[in-house]
Design a protein around this ligand. Structure first.
Ligand code: 5GP
Ligand code: ZN
Length: 115
């Protein structure tokens, strides 16, 4: 738990949010400013600032996140047509909230390359 982190506050229910999926290690909730018809944030419950802070001990956690994402996509009804996951990392990646999060985006065709 990092005191000034809004995602830690969502995990601790200090900031209210709809919970789309939850288990021991992961929380998933709708993005407050959706960029697609389905836009869910999937985050580890442990505060990790960004992908560069991942250590060798986190292999199982990252594997778990990647395993639950298709299940969350199926629950959101976007697994069949497909989806995109995005992990914005630090300034050039466009990261604005410094708690590791996967954007799960779907419900429309995703253009490539990103802006
Ligand atoms: P980033 O730009 O860091 O990759 O993504 C941060 C995301 O968090 C943005 O898409 C933004 O809309 C979302 N966000 C920021 N504050 C909140 C909040 O308080 N609640 C929820 N549900 N999403 C938030
Ligand atoms: Zn945090």
């Amino acid at each position: 738990m990092q005191q000034d982190c809004i995602f830690c506050k969502i995990i601790n229910r200090e900031i209210p949010s709809e919970v789309f999926y939850e288990d021991e290690h992961v929380l998933a909730f709708p993005d407050i400013n959706p960029a697609a018809p389905v836009h869910i944030l999937v985050i580890p419950k442990r505060h990790i600032s960004n992908l560069t802070e991942i250590g060798s001990d986190d292999t199982a956690l990252l594997g778990h996140i990647m395993t639950v994402i298709p299940k969350i996509a199926a629950k959101a009804g976007i697994a069949e047509d497909g989806f995109r996951i995005v992990i914005n990392t630090k300034d050039n990646g466009g990261q604005t909230v410094h708690h590791l999060h996967c954007h799960l985006l779907g419900g429309r065709f995703m253009e490539w390359p990103p802006g």
